[in-house]
Design a binder for this molecule. Structure first.
Ligand code: BGC
Length: 676
């Protein structure tokens, strides 16, 4: 009979000496460019080193790795199936070189556009984040690689993140910041969680008994590995008692001297250490890491398939935000000359910086090369300019490439630099047919210049091959279909975070300033509670520049014929929502139908709408398709601070269906009754 992992691990733990046990609670260390983190080997008992790699959009330590388009670009595809393929590809890239713990996905919510890691996350809406993250994690783990959901929790900005204390209500945690972690555990079966650097309501996340033991373990039933973020715990007793299992990248705090002192005093017991080892070794055993060879070099033959997935992600995730006078796609009948401006067309910043970013190496496809590749077949002349000069006036269209650096451990300004803004203006003054291609991971200030340009493409960070997809979109070989996974405000003072984010007088830099900078501790007050992103703008009746879920296509669509399966829903019944979507244009295209719910008579303040479903539909020219989506009781409930539990009340709800939150086409009403 096969031994259960739990029994096998118990047996291993019984054979370990106390020294061996303590030694296993910390990694072997960090070696720049070579080792991000790994667990201790214990060859006497046949326990091998388990190697870890960053991260969500590709395995940075794998030889010949592919950098996938930023995770936020994946969110913009609204395509969970693609997320599964992306996750599988990243896992196979990791496994090829024997990295069997992936330090991702990152699922912190997009709270401020400035956050240096927005490019690594999935946007502002918990429903979208869950739908995209669950298939990713399942694929990673089905491929034999442990996924690590991070950074738990309320790590929504990077500015002096080790000194910031996120002051956040239980309701906002439950409704906004926890759901992706909870779903990772309960629906995706994730095997590892990484705590965050910041404090949460006055306690370091990696020391928090409340977060790790009460919430993760007791409330959500998590029995896998809880690891610290790199060098982020400070107190041995608190950390070990909190429920944290593994200190990474090495045992600075959970070391022999300190732990033995606690054991000697009787503050902790050996059983507590045994429990930590069970949490670490059981997932290893379940994933075969105690038995099989960790690397599978044969997977490198799948690189061409991964390349296709990377390109497809960019094709589906790039968002067209403005297309005045149908300036795009570039049409070879009317366009003979295109001016390409800005050094990012050549440099092609492929990703943000820090753990989630890496250099894609020689295979990086640069924007200018990708554009030349298509233009040469269409007899369109491309001329490159570092900066806008008079000659660009001779081109039929001017495309200017702009980027902003996003980097772990820094937040960046909302505004582009003055030089970048001036270059956009100069370009549009010289050439009225100006298109801006902006590469960032979050929102940026555009209200001050957007009226001066005809086209705007949100291109994210493209990874190794995303430039090919951008070129296809510019020339109409691909019809854009990405939607914004966050709202872009006109100005910071419109936003929920205004005054609730940075210490007064803080000026954020455009460049990375280095890692080791101290700062006084400061609070980030999440005063807006659950009202972040579109939940805020809707409730306050503030018109954003671009709403959540917005994105143009070269096609046009009409959504119609909304019907509900019933006008009353009782108890656990499911409501089915149907509508039709028609492509009203001559061009094949893809639309994302979005379903929102509004509680119209709640006793508590509720958002004007909340995303509860979406469907990605590809429609031939003039084709019509029927869409069916469902909602259940849980979709209607909210967290009540007063009752300390999820509540659902009798009452009326609106169902809102549209193709972007600014453009809700259809509305229907139903009544929910808890009991017949
Ligand atoms: C980051 C983590 C990352 C770790 C290892 C930390 O600085 O916050 O996301 O996984 O480094 O590279």
């Amino acid at each position: 009979m096969e031994t259960l992992p739990v029994n096998r691990v118990k047996d291993l733990i019984n054979q370990m000496t106390l020294d061996e046990k303590i030694n296993y609670l910390g990694g072997t260390g960090f070696v720049e460019g070579k080792i991000i983190g790994e667990t201790q080997p214990l060859s006497r008992l046949g326990i091998p080193v388990v190697k870890m790699t960053d991260a969500t959009s590709g395995s940075k330590l794998t030889e010949d790795h592919i950098l996938f388009p930023a995770f936020i670009c994946l969110a913009a595809t609204f395509n969970p199936e693609l997320s599964a393929s992306y996750g599988l590809a990243v896992a196979e890239q990791s496994k090829a070189d024997g990295y069997r713990v992936l330090l991702g996905p990152g699922v912190n919510m997009y709270r401020v556009p400035h956050c240096g890691r927005n490019f690594e996350y999935l946007g502002e809406d918990p429903y979208l984040a869950c739908e995209m993250m669950i298939p990713y994690i399942k694929s990673v783990q089905d491929a034999g690689v442990i996924a690590t959901v991070k950074h738990f929790v309320a790590n929504n900005s990077e500015h002096y993140r080790k000194n910031s204390n996120s002051v956040v209500s239980e309701r906002a945690l439950r409704e906004i910041y926890y759901p992706a972690f909870k779903a990772a555990i309960q629906e995706a079966g994730v095997k590892a969680v990484m705590t965050s650097y910041n404090l949460v309501n006055g306690e370091w996340a990696g020391h928090s008994y409340h977060l790790i033991t009460n919430v993760l373990r007791n409330q959500w039933g998590f029995d896998g590995i809880v690891m610290s973020d790199w060098w982020s715990i400070y107190n041995t007793e608190k950390a070990i008692k909190s429920g944290l299992d593994l200190e990474m990248p090495s045992a600075c705090i959970l070391n022999k001297k300190r732990i033995n002192a606690l054991l000697d005093k009787g503050t902790i017991t050996e059983e507590l250490i045994d429990q930590r080892l069970m949490n670490i070794l059981k997932p290893f055993c379940e994933m075969g890491l105690l038995d099989e060879e960790h690397s599978d070099p044969s997977l490198s033959k799948k690189w061409p398939e991964h390349e296709r997935i990377a390109i497809e992600t960019a094709r589906q995730g790039i968002v067209l935000l403005k297309n005045q006078d149908d300036i795009l796609p570039i049409n070879s009948d009317s366009t003979k000359k295109v001016a390409i401006i800005g050094e990012n067309a050549i440099v092609t910043s492929a990703s943000g910086g820090g753990a989630g970013g890496f250099d894609p190496g020689e295979r990086l496809v640069r924007y200018l090369d990708a554009i030349n590749g298509i233009a040469s077949k269409k007899d369109i002349e491309i001329t490159y300019f570092d900066v806008p000069i008079n000659n660009i006036a001779n081109a039929d269209i001017a495309v200017i490439f702009v980027t902003m650096l996003e980097h772990e451990f820094m937040d960046r300004p909302f505004e582009l630099s003055d030089t970048q803004k001036e270059r956009i203006r100069q370009t549009s003054r010289l050439n009225p047919n100006t298109v801006v291609v902006l590469s960032v991971g979050g929102g940026a200030e555009m209200s001050s210049w957007i009226d001066e340009v005809k086209g705007l493409v949100y291109n994210w960070y493209p990874g190794t091959y995303g430039a090919l997809a951008l070129a296809e979109i510019l020339f109409g070989e691909i019809n854009p279909s990405g939607k914004l996974p966050f709202t872009i405000e006109h100005r910071e003072s419109d936003a929920h975070y205004y005054g609730n984010f940075l210490p007064e007088e803080t000026e954020l830099p455009h460049e990375f300033q280095g890692w080791n900078r101290g700062s006084p501790n400061f609070d980030i007050n999440y005063r807006e509670g659950i009202f972040i992103g579109y939940r805020w703008y809707d409730t306050k009746n503030i018109q954003p520049l671009f709403p959540f879920g917005f994105g143009l296509s070269y096609s046009t669509f009409k959504i119609d014929n909304l019907t509900l399966s019933s006008d009353t829903v009782i108890g656990d019944e499911t409501l089915t929502i149907c509508c039709s979507v028609q492509n009203t244009s001559d061009i094949d295209g893809t639309e994302i139908v979005q379903l929102y719910i509004q509680d119209i008579e709640s006793s508590e303040s509720r958002p004007k709408k909340e995303l509860k479903g979406f469907k990605r539909l590809t429609l031939k020219a003039h084709e019509t398709k029927q869409v069916e989506m469902t909602i259940m009781k849980d979709d209607l409930s909210f967290w009540s601070e007063v009752k300390g539990d999820w509540q659902i009340e009798d009452g009326s709800f609106h169902v809102l269906v549209g193709n972007s939150s600014a453009d809700i086409h259809l509305q229907a009403t139903f009544v929910y009754l808890r009991k017949a």
